[in-house]
Design a protein around this ligand. Sequence first.
Ligand code: PRT
Ligand code: ZN
Length: 285
Amino acid sequence: MDKLKIAIQKSGRLYEDSIKLLKDCSIEVNIGIDKLKTTALNFPLEVLFLRDDDIPQYLEDGVADIGIVGKNVLLEKRKRIKIKETLGFGKCRLSIAVPKSLSYNNIKDLNGKRIATSYPFLVEEFFKKKCIDTEIHEISGAVEIAPGIGLADCICDLVSSGSTLFMNGLKEVETVLQSEAVLASHLHLDSTQNIIMEKLLFRIRAVKKAKNNKYILLNVSNEKLEKIISYLPGIKSPVILPLANSECSSVHSVVNENDFWGIIENLKALGARDILVLPIEKIIL
Ligand code: PRT
Ligand code: ZN
């Protein structure tokens, strides 16, 4: 049977989560010793292990059919490929940072400044849109030390916790891009490749939906049941089951991770008791 070729990062920040995503999609991947490529055991997928910077080019050329790569890399490389799905991991932002000692009021303070970055295209676009004139110095690594050694006045680099900036005496002042890992594809997949990709996307979306939601069970006395039901969201509506104690009911529902704590607090205030929260493996609507 034909196989779809997926490119993932060989090692680095996206590797573990990419493999985990496949695993969560029930796709078993046997990782060999040389780790150049491997074949999934129970899904028509061939996995190619590459440097993240090379993935957009391979996707444009059709050497790989689909790939997992940071949106930051994908937009910087400007290859003709399609983003099919955001994946919710590898989250970071591409930000401008200046020395802590520099007093910064607004973006105009960056006029005429030398900016060191590994993302010259995205940085240039950003400043062009804001009509700010800067001098961009492309460097490939250790961007955060550039101001300290006099190579630049400020930097534009990826930030997640902010500790690298902090340790190098820098402060974040502008966000150029919010980024996360995405699944991207070659522009012209044939029909079999498309079918396999859609099967994979179907699984990925089910896993993503499950990750963003929790299954919640609670007990409530029957006189408070109506209020709880009207408040509690659910996929359709909550499940209500009688308890052995006929004055109380058990309510089951699904709540979104983002609203979770607010919902729990309100449920408690409305009389919910014995609240249990469980992870969900997959949601298929
Ligand atoms: O070897 P290869 O070329 O494949 O990997 P790489 O070294 O180029 O990339 P890698 O593994 O560092 O990152 C891969 C992708 O992870 C990036 O393209 C982003 O999409 C994503 N990502 C998420 C990050 C970060 N968070 C991140 N914090 N990539 C890099 N960083 C670096 C950043 O450059 C800085 O040096 O981490 C430092 C800042 O982190 P904090 O936590 O101190 O703010
Ligand atoms: Zn890289």
